[in-house]
Design a protein around this ligand. Structure first.
Ligand code: PEP
Ligand code: CO
Length: 463
C-alpha cells in the first residue's frame, strides 16, 4: 500500500464551502421550496460521511503514481445510477466486472491498477435543456434521481430536496454492500467458472484471451499460497468511489473539516469530477472544487480551449500537487487525433503534474435506426465497440508520442448482459439493441464487451 501524502493545506484565498454561490453556476436545480432545501442540507451535514479523509489521501497518493506512469486507473460504472437500481445483483455484477478488468490490466500492463467505481452517488445528470416539452406541455427536465423523477408529470419533475438525503442513503447502502463484498466475497476470482468466457470463441484472439485468464488464475493461486490470505483481502483497500460533482448543494453539505488533518474534505465520495458542461474556470463548480482536498477530475472535450483548461488546472492546483488533478478526455474516435495533442502539449509545458485518463464513451455516442427486429424504425442511442477501442488506442499513441502517460480509462459499463453498445466479439448488431436495452441515459458496455475491452487494452500495454 502507498503511504498517505501530506495534505495540500494551502491558504485558499476567499474560498469557503459556499463561495461558489457568488459565481455563475450551471446545471443547478431550481428548488421550489427553500425551507425544505435548508432542512435537507442541514440533515446531510449531520449524517456520518460516506468516505473518510484517509481513504481520500490514499487515493491521491495512488493518483500521483499514475501521473508518473507507475499505475493505471480503471474508472467505471453506470452513466446514471438510479435509486431503484440500488439492488444487490447489479452491485455485485458491476463489482465483479471491474475487478476482473483490473486483473486483466495488471496482467497485461505489469502496472498496479487502482479501481474507481462510478457509483455510490452518480445520481445527478447535466442536461442540454432546462425544460422538456411534450405535446405542448413544458416541465423541468429530468436531472437524475438526486433531483427529480423521470415520469413526465409536474409532481415527478419538481425538484425535491428530500432526494438529496435519499441519495446519500442509497449511496451508503451501495457502499456498505460493496465494502462487504470486497471484504469477504470474491473468493472465487481464480476459479475458471467465475469468468464468463463464452464470448471468446467468437474472437480470432480466443486462444490469447484464454491464456490471459489462465495466467491470472495461476498468479492469484501462487500469491495466495505465498501470502496465505484471500486475494480479495489483499486488494481490499484500493477500491474507490466517484461521481460527477454536479449538484453543489449536495456536495457542500458533505464538505467538512476533520480532526488532525488540515483543509476541507468533500466526504460524499473519494473522487468527484467536473463535467464538460460545468468546466468554466470562472464558474461555480471550479470555485467549489478548488477548495477541497480531494483529487478532482475534469472532463475535457472538443469544445475545451487550451487557455481555459490551463486556467482551470491552475485554479484547482496552484501548487502543482501530483495526483490532485485528473484530466478525463472524451473527444470521440474521429476527433481525438485533432484535439488531444495540442492540449497535452500545453499542459506539459505548464509543468503541472496531471493524470491523463481517456473516456472513450462520451465522444462516441450516436443515434441509429435499426432496420429490422423488435426496435425496427425506432431511433436508439448507442456506441460502437470499435470506436471505443479506437479512441483508447489513439490516446495511448498520442501520449507516447508526446512523452506523457495515459494514466487510465473511464468507461460506462454494467456487469449485466445488456444490449446497448454494438460490436465486440459477438458482433452485436443494431437490430439486436432492443433485446435488452435498459439504460435510461447513455449506452453501456455489457459484461462481455467490458472484459474484451480490458483484454485488448492489456494486449496493447503488453507490447
Ligand atoms: C458523463 O460522464 O456521464 C457525462 C455526462 O460526461 P461529460 O460531462 O463528459 O459529457
Ligand atoms: Co454518460
Amino acid at each position: 500500500m502507498t503511504a498517505p501524502q501530506q495534505s495540500r493545506t494551502f491558504a485558499v484565498d476567499g474560498w469557503s464551502p459556499s463561495s461558489w454561490r457568488s459565481r455563475p453556476t450551471l446545471q443547478q436545480p431550481e428548488w421550489p421550496d427553500r425551507g425544505a432545501l435548508a432542512a435537507a442540507t442541514g440533515e446531510l451535514a449531520t449524517l456520518p460521511p460516506l468516505v473518510t479523509s484517509f481513504e481520500i489521501e490514499s487515493l491521491r497518493a495512488q493518483l500521483a503514481e499514475a501521473a508518473q506512469g507507475q499505475r493505471f486507473i480503471l474508472q467505471g460504472g453506470d452513466c446514471a445510477e438510479t435509486f431503484g437500481g440500488c439492488e444487490p445483483g447489479a452491485i455485485a455484477a458491476r463489482l465483479k466486472i471491474l475487478l476482473q478488468m483490473s486483473l486483466v490490466l495488471v496482467q497485461g500492463g505489469k502496472r498496479r491498477v487502482t479501481r474507481i467505481g462510478r457509483f455510490a452517488g452518480q445520481y445527478a445528470k447535466p442536461r442540454s435543456h432546462d425544460t422538456e416539452t411534450r405535446d405542448g406541455v413544458s416541465l423541468p427536465a429530468y436531472r437524475g434521481d438526486l433531483v427529480n423523477g423521470p415520469a413526465f408529470d409536474a409532481a415527478s419533475r419538481a425538484p425535491d430536496p428530500r432526494r438529496l438525503v435519499r441519495g446519500h442513503e442509497r449511496a451508503a447502502l451501495t457502499l456498505n454492500f460493496t465494502r462487504s463484498l470486497i471484504d469477504g466475497g470474491f473468493a472465487d476470482l481464480h476459479h475458471p467458472e467465475y469468468w464468463d468466457l463464452d464470448f471468446v470463441k467468437h474472437s480470432p484472439l480466443a486462444a490469447e484471451y484464454q491464456s490471459m485468464v489462465d495466467q491470472i488464475g495461476d498468479g492469484l493461486r501462487f500469491m495466495e499460497t505465498l501470502v496465505g490470505v484471500n486475494v480479495a483481502q489483499v486488494h481490499r483497500v484500493d477500491f474507490f468511489t466517484s461521481h460527477e460533482g454536479l449538484v453543489l448543494d449536495y456536495e457542500e453539505a458533505q464538505t467538512r473539516q476533520v480532526p488532525h488533518r488540515a483543509g476541507w474534505w468533500d466526504l460524499s465520495t473519494h473522487f468527484p469530477w467536473i463535467g464538460v458542461r460545468t468546466g468554466d474556470p470562472e464558474g461555480g463548480h471550479v470555485e467549489f472544487f478548488r477548495g477541497i482536498e480531494n483529487p478532482v477530475g475534469v472532463k475535457v472535450g472538443p469544445s475545451t480551449e487550451a487557455s481555459a483548461l490551463l486556467r482551470t488546472v491552475e485554479r484547482l492546483d496552484p501548487f502543482g500537487t501530483p495526483g490532485r488533478v485528473v484530466l478525463i478526455t472524451r473527444f470521440g474516435a474521429h476527433e481525438i487525433a485533432r484535439r488531444l495533442p495540442a492540449l497535452v502539449d500545453a499542459v506539459k509545458r505548464s509543468g503541472r503534474p496531471v493524470v491523463w485518463i481517456c473516456d472513450p464513451m462520451h465522444g462516441n455516442t450516436e443515434t441509429v435506426v435499426p432496420q429490422s427486429g423488435a426496435g425496427k424504425g425506432v431511433p436508439v442511442k448507442t456506441r460502437k465497440f470499435g470506436h471505443v477501442l479506437a479512441e483508447v488506442e489513439q490516446a495511448f499513441e498520442i501520449h507516447r508520442a508526446a512523452g506523457t502517460w495515459l494514466g487510465g480509462i473511464h468507461v460506462e459499463l454494467t456487469g449485466e448482459n445488456v444490449t446497448e453498445c454494438t460490436g465486440g466479439a459477438r458482433g452485436l448488431a443494431d437490430e439486436q439493441l432492443a433485446v435488452a436495452y435498459r439504460s435510461a441515459v447513455d449506452p453501456r458496455l455489457n459484461y462481455e464487451q467490458s472484459l474484451e475491452l480490458a483484454m485488448l487494452i492489456a494486449r496493447r500495454m503488453a507490447r
